[in-house]
Design a protein around this ligand. Structure first.
Ligand SMILES: [Zn+2]
Ligand SMILES: [Zn+2]
Ligand SMILES: [Zn+2]
Length: 348
């Protein structure tokens, strides 16, 4: 069985013991008039180079049957490691929800202020949202509450926004994420407006001081920018033979800097979370100055055909993919004219 293994070359300037994001000096953010924010290479980047290590601004576990699932992660944002049952888990003293566990009492204590912000909300709404609206809507709302919890901690600390040479890791970076209600269907926006009014309004259970319009915008931002976390890499192209998928999702997160990357069905970046929930980008081939650096928004071992990829991206990410691979696979004009013609009805 052949297996593609990329060795991530970590530059010496990365110090993983420091809890901060890191970006390769040759990877720069620029703005395209059509696509908006994007990453480009400003110098040659060799295949295998580590391009980005981004700390999540907020992360939630996404597992079935959390009480028996060993993929559940520690809820302390400074840890995010797997919390398998045999090592012992520490639950919330207020018993808010089974998905909320820590890997040690130290992690639980360290996470007091952040979890304190969400605990009342979880206890009040988690069960009813799950039963009435399902796991998807619950996960979306919980991730938003966690974004607000980090903001709360940031406001309390009056935290500095970090050094100029490091990627921004603050509410300011979340504020600048793309996400407009105009991208989504009217019906979808209506549903989200109802959810924002019902579950995210400023209240003693969720004291954020922001209005409902801002909550709706935050839902749009979260939906446009959040990542699913999978145990294996996303973005090998061509996929290894036989194909290896990225495995089962175990968490979802918002990364302020990784979110800038656009999609391509022939990406030059592979992405995968490390064992502390940081998103790591690796160059899957040599990248030359001026080239855009893209990830794949979906598992490339799925949605193989052009129509399937475009339909998936349109439905889940609201855009028509015009990457090099999609354009090269488009039928020629002559062929598309034929396929646009009505089928002959031979029953007459
Ligand atoms: Zn922990
Ligand atoms: Zn709790
Ligand atoms: Zn494409």
């Amino acid at each position: 069985m052949s297996q593609v293994v990329y060795l991530t070359v970590e530059p010496e300037t990365v110090d993983r013991t420091k809890k901060q994001s890191w970006i390769h000096p040759h990877l720069i953010e620029s703005v395209d008039p059509v696509k908006g924010r994007q990453f480009r290479a400003c110098h040659h980047i060799p295949k295998g180079a580590c391009l980005l290590i981004d700390l999540p601004y907020a992360v939630i576990p996404v597992v079935d049957e959390p009480e028996v699932n060993d993929h559940l992660i520690c809820n302390n944002p400074a840890c995010n490691r797997r919390a398998p049952r045999e090592k012992g888990r520490y639950s919330c003293l207020n018993a808010c929800m089974q998905d909320v566990v820590w890997c040690s009492s130290t992690c639980r204590d360290a996470d007091k202020s952040r979890h304190g912000f969400e605990c009342t909300w979880l206890k009040k709404y988690a069960e009813s949202i799950r039963s009435k609206r399902g796991e998807y809507d619950f996960g979306m709302l919980w991730l938003i509450v966690r974004l607000l919890a980090f903001r709360h901690v940031e406001l309390q600390k009056n935290a500095p926004t970090g050094s100029k040479s490091l990627p921004k890791h603050s509410w300011e970076a979340i504020d600048s994420l793309c996400g407009s209600s105009g991208t989504w269907s009217h019906d979808q926006v209506k549903v989200w407006t109802t959810l924002a009014k019902k579950y995210l309004k400023n209240s003693p259970a969720l004291p954020h001081g922001l209005n409902t319009d801002r909550m709706l915008h935050l839902i749009c931002q979260e939906e446009a920018n959040s990542f699913g976390l999978y145990p294996r890499e996303t973005g090998h192209y061509p996929p290894p033979n036989p194909p290896i998928d990225r495995g089962e999702q175990f968490a979802a997160a918002v990364y302020p800097t990784a979110a800038i990357a656009n999609h391509s069905c022939v990406p030059n970046i592979i992405h995968k979370p490390d064992d502390e929930g940081r998103m790591v980008f690796t160059a899957s081939r040599d990248i030359f100055p001026g080239q855009e650096c893209c990830i794949s928004y979906f598992d490339l071992t799925k949605h193989i055909e052009l129509d399937s990829r475009r339909a998936h991206l349109r439905k889940s990410f609201r855009f028509l993919c015009r990457c090099d691979r999609c354009v090269s696979e488009e039928p020629t004009e002559e062929a598309s004219e034929w396929s646009a013609m009505p089928l002959m009805d031979d029953s007459i």
